[in-house]
Design a binder for this molecule. Structure first.
Ligand code: GPW
Length: 839
C-alpha cells in the first residue's frame, strides 16, 4: 500500500511513443515489436493468428490511456455510474470496432498493407466472443457502445462463460452443435483483475441472533463458497476519450477449499471441489426465450449478480459514499429478470452485512434498480421452484417472503378485500408446487419498469404486468430498442457509409437523425445508381461467402430475401417456407411463369432441446435441396440456409439484404432489433404489426413497407372466438397443396413422415396462426416481387428506409434511459498528461 502510494506520488515517467503513436511508421514498428515480444514469433513462422494477436495488442496499447483515464474519472464522488447487469453480452469481434472508435482505421490498414498483410484477413481471424443467444445479448452490447459514445460512466456486468453459444454445423440438413472454444488462442482484449476477487456463498442455512446493540439479525451459514475473478474488457466511445468497462466474472474455487482437503489428504476431493466451483461460469445456456429451471442456471445468475453488487458497494464506499446515498452514485439496470435476484441480494447485503434497517434498505434498493422486460411469452417468464430456490439461497428466500409480506400489505391497503389481486400480485405463485416469480420481484423492487417497443410496453401494461401497472402506473415507460450505427453501418457497410458521408457529411455517425438529409437524394438518378451499385457489391460479397460455406452458386442479381434470427415457432420461419413452396408449385404448374428471381436466405440457431425449431431447420434444408436441384426453376428460385449465424455473419448479411423478413405473430416479438439493422442498410421490410416493426413502418412511411397479417387485436379476437386452422386449410387450395406435400413426403424423399409433427401442429393447433396469416403473406410477397421489377422505385424506397431510421440508433435509446430512468449525465475524461498520443 505504502509503496504504491509513494510510486503514485513520484515524477511520472514518459510512456514510450511506440505504444501510443498513431503514424503509419510507428504502427508498423509496434506491430512488428508485438509479433516478436508478445507472440514470440517472427515472419518465418508466424501464423495469421499471430499477426492478428500482434495487431490486437498494438490497438490495445492505444486505448489504454483512455481506459485508465475513464476509470479515474468514474471513481470520483458525485459521479453517477450506470451498471448494466446482463446474463448475456453478445459483443461480436472487437478489433474492427476498436479501429473505428479510435478513428485509426485508415492508418492501420496502410501499416498492415505495408507489412505485406491484409487488414480484412486479420480482422476475420478474431474468434467472436459469443456470450449471448440473440437479441437480448446483442442489445446489451449496442447499449455499451452507445453509453461510451455518449460519455456516460458505465460498467457492464456479466459472466465470463468459457463456452459461449455453440457453433452450428449442418449435417444432412440437421443442426449439429459444436462447443465454442473462443478462448482457445487467448483473448487479447481482456485483463484479469484477480486483486478485485470477491466471495460468493451458496446453500447452507440461516441462523437468527441478537447483536451487541440488541437488534434481531440473521446470519447465513453457507454450504459452500466460490470466488469470482473479474476479467475486464474496454468498451470505447466513438472518437472520444471514454473507454468504459465490461466486467465479466469467472468462477473459481477459494484457496481455503483446497487447503482443508489437502490437510485431510483428500487430494482428489479437493480437485473435485475446485472443478465443481468452476462449473458455474463454464457454459452459456443456449435456450433463448423459454426458461429452463436448472439449478446451475440459478447459480450462474446469483453468482454474477452477487459479485457485481459487492463490487458496486465497494466502489461506492471507496469514493466515500454513504450506503443511504447509493442511488445517487449508482443506477442498476436489470436486463430482463435474469439478474433480478439482485433485488434480494442487495437487501441482504445492506441489512445483514452492512446493518442497514429494513425500511431504509428497501428504499435504497427501489431507488437504485430498474427493470427492462423483453418478452410477453409466458414460457419465457422466469419462475423458480421454491424448494430449489430455498436450498440454494435460503436467506434470499426469507428476504423474499418478507418483501412479499410488506408488499401485499401495501396492496391490501390500496385495494381492500381484493384477494384475487393479492394472489395475482404475490411474488410467490401458490399451488401444489410453489414458485418464486422473478418478474414480480423485479417489478416490486424497481422504481422503473420498461418494455422495449411501443406496442410491447402497451401490452405489458395490459397483460403480463397489468396488476403492477394498476398499482404503480408511474413506474412504467417505453424505451424502444436501438442498435449502434458504428458497428451496423460503418463497420459492416463501409461503402454505404462512405457514400452517405460524402453526400451529407459524417455527423450521422453520432447523430443518426441526420440521415434524414438523404431524403433529398431519393429521386436523384446518379445517387440511386451508386446506391444500387453498393448493394450489388455487398450482394456479390455475400454470394462469394455462400459459395465458400455451402458450395451453392447464387445469382447476385436476384432479389435477396433474408430471414436471420433465432429459430422459433413464433418467429415463423416456416411461414416463409410455406411461401417458397407456393412459388415452387406455381413454377412447376406453369413453367413459363415470369417471376422476379429470388434467393431466399436463412440463418439462425435452434436451442439444442427445442425439437420443433430443429425440425424447421431440417425443413428449410430439405426444401432447399429439392428446389435448388430442380432444373425447372433454375435461375428463378434458390434457397440457402447459412450455417452458424452470429454477429460476424450478421455484418455480412444486413448490407446485402433487399428484403427483411419480420414475420412474427403479432403480439409475440417484444421488439426485434435485426429489423432495424436491415432497414438502416437499405432493405425493405415485409412484416407484421409486431414489436418495433410498427415504429419502423411509422418512420419509413407505410408506402415504403410491406405490411401483412393479423393485428394483435385480431389475433386476440380470433383466439377468443375459437381458432380453427382446418378452416383455412380447407378453404385455400394453394395452402392445402403445400401442407399435403409436406405431409406426404414430397420434400423428404424416403422419409414420408419426417415433417408430420410440424404439419400436425399446424393443422390441429397452429398456436402462432400461420394458416390464418398465409393468404395475406402470399399476396404481400407477390406485391414485393412486382415492386422489385421497378428498380428505380425500389431504390427510392430503399434510400428512404435508410434515411428515416435515425430513431433506431441505440444512442437515442440510451439518451432516453439516462434522462427518464438513470439520471446519468456525461462525464469528461481527461487523458493523463504523460501520454502524448501523436498522429
Ligand atoms: F425472454 N429476447 C431475447 F425476454 O433475445 F428474456 N432473449 C430472451 O431471452 C428474451 C428476449 C427474454 C429478445 C426479444 O425476443 C426481442 O424481441 C428483443 O428485440 C430483444 O430481446 C431485445 O430487447
Amino acid at each position: 500500500k505504502k509503496t504504491a502510494a509513494a510510486a503514485a506520488a513520484a515524477e511520472p515517467v514518459q510512456i514510450e511513443d511506440d505504444r501510443t503513436g498513431l503514424s503509419v511508421e510507428t504502427l508498423k514498428r509496434a506491430f512488428a515489436d508485438n509479433l516478436f515480444y508478445i507472440q514470440g514469433k517472427n515472419a518465418d513462422i508466424a501464423t495469421l493468428n499471430d499477426y492478428y494477436m500482434a495487431l490486437a495488442y498494438t490497438v490495445r496499447d492505444r486505448l489504454l490511456h483512455r481506459w485508465l483515464g475513464t476509470i479515474k474519472a468514474q471513481l470520483k464522488p458525485k459521479v453517477k455510474v450506470v451498471y448494466y447487469l446482463s446474463a448475456e453480452f453478445l459483443m461480436g469481434p472487437h478489433l474492427g470496432n476498436n479501429l473505428i472508435n479510435l478513428g485509426i482505421y485508415d492508418q492501420v490498414r496502410q501499416a498492415i498493407q505495408e507489412s505485406g498483410l491484409n487488414l480484412d484477413e486479420l480482422i476475420a481471424q478474431e474468434e467472436e466472443p459469443g456470450l449471448g443467444n440473440g437479441g437480448l445479448g446483442r442489445l446489451a452490447a449496442c447499449y455499451l457502445d452507445s453509453l461510451a459514445a455518449l460519455e456516460i460512466p458505465a460498467i457492464g456486468y456479466g459472466l465470463r462463460y468459457e463456452f459461449g453459444i455453440f457453433d452450428q454445423e449442418i449435417r444432412d440438413g440437421w443442426q449439429v452443435e459444436i462447443t465454442d472454444k473462443w478462448l482457445r488462442y487467448g483473448n487479447p482484449w481482456e485483463i484479469a483483475r484477480p486483486e478485485a476477487t470477491v466471495e460468493v456463498k451458496l446453500g447452507g442455512h440461516t441462523e437468527a441472533f441478537v447483536d451487541g446493540a440488541g437488534r434481531y439479525r440473521v446470519r447465513w451459514i453457507p454450504g459452500r463458497t466460490i470466488v469470482g475473478v473479474p476479467y475486464d474488457t474496454p468498451v470505447l466511445g466513438f472518437k472520444n476519450n471514454t473507454a468504459n468497462t465490461l466486467r465479466l466474472w469467472k468462477a473459481e474455487a477459494p484457496e481455503s477449499f483446497d487447503f482443508q482437503a489437502f490437510n485431510l489428504g483428500d487430494y482428489y476431493g479437493a480437485v473435485n471441489a475446485k472443478m465443481y466451483s468452476e462449473n458455474i461460469s463454464k457454459v452459456l445456456y443456449p435456450n433463448d426465450e423459454p426458461m429452463q429451471g436448472r439449478e446451475l442456471r440459478l447459480e450462474q445468475q446469483f453468482f454474477f449478480v452477487s459479485c457485481s453488487l459487492q463490487d458496486i458497494i465497494r466502489r461506492h464506499l471507496y469514493v466515500g459514499g454513504k450506503l443511504e446515498n447509493l442511488d445517487k452514485n449508482a443506477a442498476i439496470q436489470l436486463n430482463d429478470t435474469h439478474p433480478s435476484i439482485g433485488i434480494a441480494e442487495l437487501m441482504r447485503l445492506l441489512v445483514d452485512e452492512h446493518n442497514v434497517d429494513w425500511d431504509t434498505a428497501w428504499q435504497i434498493t427501489q431507488d437504485t434498480f430498474a427493470y427492462t422486460n423483453h418478452t410477453l411469452l409466458p414460457e419465457a417468464l422466469e419462475r423458480w421452484p421454491l424448494s430449489l430456490f430455498g436450498s440454494l439461497l435460503p436467506r434470499h428466500l426469507e428476504i423474499i417472503f418478507e418483501i412479499n409480506r410488506r408488499f401485499l400489505q401495501e396492496v391490501s391497503a390500496k385495494f381492500p378485500g381484493d384477494t384475487g389481486r393479492l394472489a395475482r400480485l404475490s411474488l410467490i405463485q401458490e399451488g401444489p408446487e410453489k414458485f418464486v416469480r422473478m418478474a414480480h420481484l423485479a417489478s416490486a423492487g424497481s422504481h422503473a419498469i420498461n418494455g422495449v417497443a411501443a406496442l410491447h410496453s402497451e401490452l405489458l401494461k395490459r397483460d403480463v404486468l397489468r396488476d403492477f401497472y394498476e398499482l404503480s402506473p408511474e413506474k412504467f415507460s417505453n424505451k424502444t430498442n436501438g442498435v449502434t450505427p458504428r458497428r451496423w453501418i460503418m463497420l459492416s457497410n463501409p461503402e454505404l457509409a462512405f457514400l452517405i458521408s460524402e453526400s451529407i457529411g459524417d455527423g450521422w455517425i453520432k447523430n443518426l437523425g441526420e440521415l434524414r438529409e438523404l431524403e433529398r437524394f431519393a429521386n436523384d438518378k446518379e445517387f440511386q445508381s451508386r446506391w444500387r451499385q453498393i448493394k450489388l457489391n455487398n450482394k456479390t460479397n455475400l454470394t462469394e461467402y455462400i459459395r465458400k460455406r455451402t458450395g451453392l452458386v447464387v445469382d447476385p442479381h436476384s432479389l435477396f430475401d433474408i430471414q436471420v434470427k433465432r429459430i422459433h415457432e413464433y418467429k415463423r420461419q416456416h411461414l416463409n417456407v410455406l411461401y417458397i413452396i407456393t412459388l415452387y408449385n406455381r413454377l412447376k404448374q406453369n413453367p413459363e411463369l415470369e417471376i422476379t428471381p429470388r434467393t431466399f436466405i436463412f440463418g439462425g440457431k435452434a436451442a439444442p432441446g427445442y425439437f420443433m425449431a430443429k425440425l424447421i431447420i431440417k425443413l428449410i434444408n430439405s426444401v432447399a435441396a429439392v428446389v435448388n436441384s430442380d432444373p425447372d426453376v433454375r435461375g428463378r428460385l434458390k434457397v440457402v440456409f447459412l450455417p452458424d449465424y452470429n454477429v460476424t455473419f450478421g455484418q455480412r448479411v444486413y448490407p446485402a439484404a433487399e428484403l427483411s423478413e419480420q414475420i412474427s405473430t403479432a403480439g409475440k416479438e417484444a421488439s426485434g432489433t435485426g429489423n432495424m439493422k436491415f432497414s438502416m442498410n437499405g432493405a425493405l421490410t415485409i412484416g407484421t404489426l409486431d414489436g418495433a416493426n410498427v415504429e419502423i413502418r411509422e418512420e419509413a412511411g407505410e408506402e415504403n413497407f410491406f405490411l401483412f397479417g393479423l393485428t394483435t387485436e385480431e389475433v386476440y379476437a380470433l383466439k377468443a372466438r375459437g381458432y380453427n386452422p382446418w378452416d383455412y386449410y380447407n378453404g385455400n387450395p394453394a395452402l392445402r397443396q403445400v401442407i399435403d406435400q409436406l405431409a406426404s413426403g414430397v420434400f423428404s424423399p424416403g422419409e414420408a413422415h419426417l415433417f408430420e409433427p410440424l404439419v400436425d401442429h399446424l393443422i390441429h393447433r397452429d398456436e402462432y396462426l400461420l394458416l390464418a396469416d398465409y393468404q395475406s403473406y402470399v399476396e404481400c410477397q407477390d406485391r414485393v416481387g412486382e415492386a422489385y421489377r421497378d428498380q428505380e422505385h425500389w431504390t427510392r424506397m430503399s434510400i428512404l428506409n435508410s434515411a428515416r431510421m435515425g430513431k433506431f440508433s441505440s444512442d437515442r435509446a440510451i439518451r432516453e434511459y439516462c434522462e427518464d430512468i438513470w439520471g446519468a449525465v456525461a462525464v469528461d475524461v481527461a487523458l493523463e498528461e504523460y501520454v502524448q498520443a501523436t498522429a
